[in-house]
Write a protein that binds this ligand. Structure first.
Ligand SMILES: Cc1cc2nc3c(=O)[nH]c(=O)nc-3n(C[C@H](O)[C@H](O)[C@H](O)COP(=O)(O)OP(=O)(O)OC[C@H]3O[C@@H](n4cnc5c(N)ncnc54)[C@H](O)[C@@H]3O)c2cc1C
Ligand SMILES: *[C@@H]1O[C@H](CO)[C@@H](O)[C@H](O)[C@H]1NC(C)=O
Ligand SMILES: *[C@@H]1O[C@H](CO)[C@@H](O)[C@H](O)[C@H]1NC(C)=O
Length: 509
């Protein structure tokens, strides 16, 4: 290696090159801003990307967001009677800082909290039922599972601690070119190892008991990801964090954040289905050639296409999810990456619960459990059964006991048959079914995840779902992709894929 390249590397490492260059070239940078950016998909990922792209590139760029269905994507509600209920992504963790930031920025309140109680059902009877008293639950857990329960909370917290570093990195403008690099930057090799093992292997290795895995951990992975403890350890930890207290949701429905971000980012919503993306080379004024992306789409007024400087794909490139073909790229970009999405069916039933289905003789008028999780058994055709609250909580609302007709949400892998509904409910007056290709089918050891960078200025946000699919994960990926797009446009490579950020940024605090 020549001394020259060595010193350049040293400068890059120190980040001096970047700051120096920015100081000198800000005038010419202004002339070289992108003119048009396309985002494909108006779920939380795409709308958050529009928000962060606006933040990075300023007021001058035109941002178009394509959506073939409804704004919100997997954040969706349905109306039953006079109220709306969440059918897709519903709960947000208290430490999901981007989602918190969005609702503050948009001035949307958090939904009022309603008390909830959990039980675990093995397909025949209720094995565990939460009491109203914290101390009673604590003693029961200790009695049945020893210190497993407390250790699980500590284990999840230690992972969450490291996970939170991503917010600091992004605050300082750092970005990553793929999922593995991002995970490595926040959690080192231990996070990559988590992706390579099942949650079961990981937790047994940490000394948790098989009984605890079957009776507590599996019901949690089943309700959150519709899958067993054979999902990988990282998404498993995210799933367990989803059983923490203090979970929240957005007043009026989580999807409001998506339309709010679209509006706030001053981007244009184009109600159309993107069918293909082609790379086109054109001569420019200076004589050099420049490349553009041609986005072909099909909307209300037929087929059309537009050219863009930067494109962000914010929908999964997987079987049954998006159907976008890529042409003119070398190496080629596939329409579908390997792996598949797992089906979860959400069935909302306005009806009366059959208490005998739960194998209990308690009177329904005294049964106030809201979330019934299930163990992984042959008898269980449902993943969970919850009594849910509307997205807007009326004044003086209290969740009625099971003796009242109310709205229940059932998660299952297959649509419920008439016979199955008759087992769970004594009667009902409305049933609403949503079939989702909900999240990846997680099967470790995990081979390479798709990249965030598909081509020079073509980015793929949903690659992040192979680490874990969640509202906040798409938001984090949106910010990462916006930063990547900005740094690559301006050649600021010192802000991409840096190692040791944790130790380096400690000094900057
Ligand atoms: C039943 C269920 C429960 C869940 N529960 C939770 C939870 O409690 N907490 C949590 O954090 N997460 C939860 N999740 C996961 C969470 O909902 C998702 O990770 C998140 O919403 C993904 O957002 P996204 O914007 O990345 O993708 P999506 O929401 O899927 O958005 C992609 C958008 O792109 C559009 N699109 C697709 N193809 C094209 C095309 N060719 N042209 C134009 N537009 C296109 C789609 O219509 C869609 O609107 C749940 C998911 C499901 C299904
Ligand atoms: C994960 O597994 C793959 C293949 O099974 C292997 O190539 C890779 O090195 C592993 N990574 C880690 C961090 O264990
Ligand atoms: C209620 O559940 C019990 C036990 O599973 C079942 O035998 C019965 O058919 C169900 N339905 C009614 C209407 O009781």
């Amino acid at each position: 290696m020549s001394p020259q390249s060595l010193s350049l590397r040293a400068l890059l490492f120190l980040g001096l090159w970047h700051t120096g260059r920015r100081g000198l070239s800000s005038a010419s940078e202004l002339q070289h801003q992108p003119k048009k950016i396309a985002v494909v998909g108006a779920g939380i990922g795409g709308t958050a990307a529009a928000y962060y792209l606006r933040q990075e590139f300023g007021a001058g760029v035109k941002i178009d967001v394509f959506e073939s269905d409804t704004v919100g994507g997997r954040l969706a509600t349905v109306k039953i009677g006079d109220h709306e209920y969440e059918t897709g992504g519903s709960m947000i963790h208290p430490l999901n800082l981007h989602m918190k930031h969005f609702i503050e920025k948009l001035g949307i309140p958090v939904r009022k909290d309603v008390d909830s109680k959990m039980a675990i059902f093995d397909g025949k009877e209720l094995m565990f039922e939460e009491s109203e008293w914290f101390i009673v639950n604590f003693i029961r857990m200790l009695w049945q599972y020893g210190f497993n329960f407390i250790r699980m909370q500590m284990w999840v917290e230690s992972i969450l601690d490291k996970f939170m570093r991503i917010y600091q990195y992004q605050q300082y403008g750092y970005s990553f070119s793929n999922v593995e690099r991002l995970l490595h930057a926040i959690g080192g090799n231990s996070f990559l190892t988590l992706m390579n093992q099942t949650l079961e292997e990981t937790m047994i290795g940490e000394g948790f008991s098989q009984v605890f895995l079957n009776e507590i951990v599996a019901p949690i992975t089943r309700v959150n990801y519709g899958q067993s403890v054979r999902i990988h350890g990282f998404v498993g930890a995210v799933s367990l964090a989803g059983a923490d207290s203090g979970l929240w949701a957005v007043e009026g429905g989580n999807k409001r954040v998506c339309s709010g971000l679209l509006y706030h980012s001053k981007s244009e919503l184009i109600p159309a289905k993107v069918t293909s993306i082609a790379v086109k080379v054109r001569p420019s004024k200076t004589g050099a050639t420049s490349s553009f992306y041609e986005v072909n789409y099909y909307g209300e007024s037929g087929s059309a296409h537009s050219l863009y400087d930067i494109v962000v794909i914010a929908t999964p490139l997987h079987q049954g999810k998006s159907d976008i073909t890529f042409s003119g790229f070398s190496p080629p970009i596939p329409s579908n990456y390997p792996g598949r999405y797992h089906q979860t069916v959400t069935t909302l039933v306005h009806g009366l619960l059959n208490m005998s289905y739960l194998g209990t003789t308690q009177p329904a008028s005294e049964f106030t459990v809201s979330d019934i999780l299930t163990t992984d058994s042959k008898d269980a055709f449902i993943n969970s059964l919850s009594s849910i609250n509307p997205v807007h909580i009326p004044k003086g609302y209290k969740q009625p006991p099971a003796s009242h007709t109310k709205v229940w949400k059932v998660f299952s892998q297959q649509p419920l048959s008439q016979e199955q509904l008759q087992k769970i409910f004594l009667s009902w007056d409305s049933v609403s079914e949503s079939r989702w290709l909900a999240y990846p089918a997680y099967r470790p050891p995990h081979r390479n995840t798709p990249p965030f960078i598909l081509h020079d200025r073509l980015y793929y946000l949903n690659a992040v779902e192979w680490a874990a699919s969640a509202i906040e994960m798409s938001s984090i990926s949106a910010r990462n992709v916006a930063l990547l797009a900005h740094h690559r446009w301006h050649g600021q490579i010192a802000k991409i894929d840096q190692e040791d950020l944790h130790t380096r940024l400690r000094g900057e605090l």
